[in-house]
Design a protein around this ligand. Structure first.
Ligand code: PLP
Length: 393
């Protein structure tokens, strides 16, 4: 190639799912009946009322031009009312909410706005891979903090506090945690905010799973004083079946958001007005929406747990979020080995836990964004594989 890519881009690889989904597509074209239990993209549509708002808006003569960089007031107000109703947290619609094209872009925006070369970001291992990529692309350095089943997948803040944190600017935190589905103890939130405050670290809480199989949705801003050192990303991707619509928000104090807007307003323009109004309608949905969604996911999660059981994996029940996470039996080298065996011998794709960090190596993650009959079929194939293997032994 005559034009060399930037040094920055060599810091990251193509996203794992971007590569793996290509391979799965190729296997499907070659006739393999793959069941994909990989990615957490809700398979059901948004509520009919949400879609009809979009339809009506699209038909209008107006509303097709550029939109405000800050999001339209109707959407900011809807996010603010939603925070009040769902988390009992009050946020100013004019100054403390910045609508985003999904929370993924917010991770990049925050990293670009608060990291200088040489600055460190504390990143969970295992955790959402985008935190590490965004840090690297922004020129920062990833400092992994290890999570493990032994401490409920929570950071050891006391241990971290004993280390040299002078270069740390940001800490990424995500509860309910992806990929493990862990929820922290109640006292954790207060301890986390105190940690950020004491060490001048911006705590960035990524909160897209708070309404999925989580009996107590929580915003970090329910902790007094969190405004001075915390940001929160939220998203309609999982909670409102709107992953493809690309709608999220950054919530936090005005002083932080005004820095992020400097970056974002140079990168993109406001989202399509019809999308924003539909999102506002989604945020106004009543309890029934969340109850129905969760009752569907509860059934699916049970089947996913049964698959883990059949595979001989060790796992906790009551995992929040869109996945079932389990530790593979010791006769497999790691989660990659089990994932490959299932893909190539049973046409079932399950994510190896190692893509979320080395702490995830001995684990696999099953998505429940798929109909019960497909999950049942995946389970049958798993049982068949085990039967065949046992017969050989
Ligand atoms: C922990 C976590 N954060 C953020 C995202 C991205 O969400 P969004 O669709 O809002 O960009 C995901 C998506 O899978 C996720 O698992």
């Amino acid at each position: 190639m005559k034009v060399r890519p930037s040094n920055r881009i060599s810091e990251v690889k193509e996203y794992y799912f971007s590569r793996k989904l290509k391979e799965i597509a190729r296997l499907k074209v070659s006739g393999k009946p793959i069941i994909n239990l990989g990615i957490g993209s809700p398979d059901k549509p948004p509520a009919p009322s949400v879609r009809s708002v979009f339809n009506q808006e699209v038909q209008k003569e107006e509303g097709h031009g550029y939109q405000s960089y800050y999001g339209i007031p109707e959407l900011r107000r809807a996010f603010s009312d939603w925070y009040q109703k769902r988390y009992s947290v009050s946020v100013d619609a004019d100054t403390e909410i910045l609508p985003l094209i999904g929370s993924k872009e917010g991770i990049m925006h925050i990293s670009m706005s608060f990291l200088n070369p040489g600055d460190e970001a504390l990143v969970p291992d295992p955790g959402y891979p985008t935190y590490q990529s965004a840090t690297a692309l922004a020129g920062g350095e990833n400092r992994l903090y290890k999570l493990s089943a032994d401490n409920g997948w929570m950071p050891d803040l006391e241990k971290l506090a004993q280390e040299d944190l002078s270069r740390v600017r940001l800490m990424w935190v995500n509860y309910p945690h992806m990929p493990t589905g862990a929820q922290p103890t109640t006292s954790f939130w207060e301890e986390l905010v105190a940690f950020g405050d004491k060490h001048n670290i911006l705590i960035c809480h990524d909160n897209p799973y708070s309404f999925i199989l989580n009996p107590e949705p929580r915003s970090i801003f329910s902790v007094p004083g969190a405004r001075s050192c915390c940001l929160e990303l939220n998203s309609l991707s999982k909670s409102h079946n709107m992953a493809g619509w690309r709608i999220g928000a950054l919530v936090g104090g005005e002083e932080f958001l005004s820095e992020v807007i400097k970056f974002k307003s140079n990168m993109d323009s406001g989202m399509f007005r019809a999308t924003q109004l539909a999102a506002a309608a989604a945020l106004k949905l009543d309890d029934e929406w969340y109850e129905e969604l969760n009752s569907m996911y509860r059934n699916r999660k049970e089947i996913a747990y049964q698959i883990l059981e059949d595979l001989g994996c060790d796992f906790e029940r009551n995992q929040a979020g869109l996945f079932a996470w389990g530790k593979v039996p010791s006769d497999y080298e790691d989660g990659y080995a089990l994932s490959d065996e299932l893909l190539y011998q049973s046409d079932v794709f399950i994510t190896p836990g190692g893509i979320f960090g080395t702490q995830g190596d001995p684990y696999i993650r099953i998505s429940i964004c798929i109909e019960n009959d497909q999950l049942d079929e995946a389970r049958n194939r798993v049982k068949e594989l085990i039967k065949t293997k046992n017969a050989v032994v």
